[in-house]
Structures are given as C-alpha cells and as structure tokens.
Design a protein around this ligand. Sequence first.
Ligand code: F0G
Length: 451
Amino acid sequence: MSELRCIACGLRISNPGHRFRCSACADLLEIVYPGWVTSDGMRAASFTAPTLKALWRTRRKSFVPIDQSGVWRFRELLPAFPEEEKIITLREGNTPLYSLPSCARAVGVQHLLAKHQGMNPTGSFKDTGMTVAASMARREGFRWVGCASTGNTSASMAAYAARASMRSLVLIPQGKVSWGKLSQALDYGAITFELKTDFDGCSRVLNEVVERMPVYLLNSVNPYRIEGQKTAAIELLEQLDWQPPDHVIVPGGNLGNSSALGKAFLELEELKFIARLPQVSIVQAEGANPLVRTMRETGGKSLISVQAETAASAIRIGSPASWKKAVRVLEQTGGTAAEVSEVEIAWAKAEIGADGVGCEPASAVTLAGLRKMVAAGFVKPGESVVLILTGHLLKDPDFTLKFHRGELFASSPHSKPAEILRAHQQAPILLEASGDAVISALERIEERSEA
Ligand code: F0G
C-alpha cells in the first residue's frame, strides 16, 4: 500500500483533496510505500528484484492493455489501482533507447544514449504521468481536469481526459506555446484559455480556480503524475539490463520530471534492483535558470525565482513548483545543475537531428549541458551517459524552420555567436521544376562537400 506524505513537515495525508498540498504547511506531497518492507525490516517477498524483473518481462508478451502500457507494466512500483477497467491508457511508455554516435564524438564521450520520451502517444514524456493521474481523476468521479501548461502537459491531459469523456481546462501563456502542442489540445477537445501572462502566472490562476471549483489538478504537483513518470527510469534500466549508466541528464522546467526520475532510481536502489545510483543532472536555459541560481546562490536552501525567457518554450518557467524535490535529487545522486545559452540549445538540437533522432528545443538542453559538463570535467570521457529527450521534433516545427532559414537569431543579441550554426543549417532550396535544375543543384552541393 502507498501513503501520501508532505515533503516538508512529513505529515501523512489521508485525503489529499484535489489540490495536492499539505493541510498543515501547504508544501508538496509525495507518495511513499511502507508496504515494500515487512515489520521486521525485510523486503516483502513480492518486492524482490528477481521476482519483479521476471514478472515485468512476462507482461511484454501479454495483449492486456495495461500490460502493454510501459507504465502499468511496472504497476508494483505504483500506487495500487484495483479498478483496472478505470485505467486510461494509450499504451504510453515503451520508448526507445537510441545511441547518438555523432553527438558522442562531438562532445567527447564514448557511450552516449538517448531515452526518447518524445515517442510517447502525444509526443512527450507527460503521457507516462498522465495515465496514472488522469485515471485517479476518473476513479474519483471528477468531471473536470485542469492544468497550466507550456504546451505538452495540456496536449497530454486533453488526450487522456478525452479517452474517459472528462472535460479538460487548459491555461496557457498567450503566444508562448508552439502551434503543434496547442493544436493537439484543441483536437482533443480541451477548453483552452490563453492568458495574458507567463506559465508562472497561469499556474497562479489555476490554483485559484481549483480552490473555487471541483477541477482535478493535473500539473506535476499532482504526486500521481510523478509516480507514472518514474517508469521511464525503470524502463531505461530494464533496457540496460539493470546496469545503471554513470550519468542521466534531464531538462528542468517545473522540475517534476527530474524529481520523478531521481525518485525511481532511489527506490530501485532501495529495492536492490541496482547496486549504485546514476548521477542525475538537470539542465536549464540561461534565461530560465531558477534551479541553477537556487543551487549557486543558496546551496539549494531557498528558491530564487526569475523572470523566464527562452525560445525553448516548454521550459520557460521562472518559479518551479517541484524545486525542493529536484534539489533533493541532485543532493542524493550527486548530480549537478547546469545552464546553457540559446545558441547552445539550437546547436545541440541540430546535432541530435543529424543523428537521425531529433527532439524539441527543451530536450536539446541535455546535449548542450553535457558538452559543458565534459568541458568542466564533471563527466569523464569514458563514463556512460543517458540523455532524456522529453519531446518530439515535430512539437515545435516553427523553431526548426527558423533555425534552418537562419532566422532564429537574426537581429538578436545572439546573432554573432549564432554564426557557428551555419554549418548545420539546411534551408529548403527553390528550383525550377526540371530534372536539369535538380541535377545541377545536386552537383554543386557535391562539389562543395568534397571541397
Ligand atoms: N521538456 C519538455 C518537452 C517539456 O514539455 C517540459 C515541461 C520539460 C522538459 C520540463 O519538465 O517541468 O518536469 O521539469 N513542460 C511542462 C508543460 C511544464 O506544461 O508541458 P519539468
């Protein structure tokens, strides 16, 4: 059985309501599993690593929807959900682990892999948490679910709500959500309000709405989202035959995902699935770096909020809700918090694309951050590294097109450093509709690449 506990004062909460805050101190809640250990301090027989590894492997052959889900397949490490027919699943998870050979050469490491969470049903990692939290909302009989979002949460929430005929309320910052993500929320039937504020403002407004109306909160302060998102780490280790990498690098926005992955690694170590922890590091954009500043200026003791600005719109967040959980992950796994510039993000995104993988800008901060960690000696060339790519390349085609057309940094303060990007730009070329035109253009390109 699982229990809800306040991360600050430790109070056990029996009824979290639909806002997920501690009734005593208003801090965030987390889920703990006292049942994993028996009264004499031993691990319960059903929670031994060999038993669970074998069970999870068997489920891969099953045709039952919750066994096919890359989240619910690991349900022993999630809160119990006995009413299986109420689970909303789009067969999330089951995402590929790719090698990134040319990125590895470019940043100077030998073993570089990418866990591509953008290969989830709605194109981002959010689906792994949403299947759990939206199912909870359904089980509790909510008609409305809601979130503030930079785009991916809203796309995911709207899809899962639609599957269960729940209504969804989306609050997004006006003009700051990519069209790809917004169009998903619309197609899945969300009521979408664009507010004249940023993500942090949308979160404030949503909290007020949730106080006053029976809307089930599906932002990552919802601890069931965190539990679902843990499964990316479990699945990653299964793909590595339970040999942990030296480093896992994840983008940081509202800091739910880094908290979730770190929690999973700690739990798997406690349950003896792994003998040592990977170092979990978090990367932010320089213009949206509250965690980096919090670590640098207060040693992780109090949050430094910032006015966030970055073209990686998914992580344009200045006051992250889960900062305390993320600090704990950095401390417990020995990871670091890094920041990268706008040009470095664009460069890294093109490099990941050139390995035939691709991702959205917010995901590319991981490679950009790795480059800095190698330069600083924090990551050694022989160590193994896994980047968590959080969103699909097609989430933000506007960014990609502007990049290749050389428009991303035109007449911006970044235009000078952006010159290094030229070699990666592949703008479409307009030609006359004839074989001759295509062949002579190709010949010119071949000549240039041979020169
Ligand atoms: N990468 C992508 C693609 C995201 O969409 C987000 C967050 C993050 C990284 C950061 O993850 O917030 O858990 O630290 N997107 C949220 C949203 C905020 O509303 O879609 P985090």
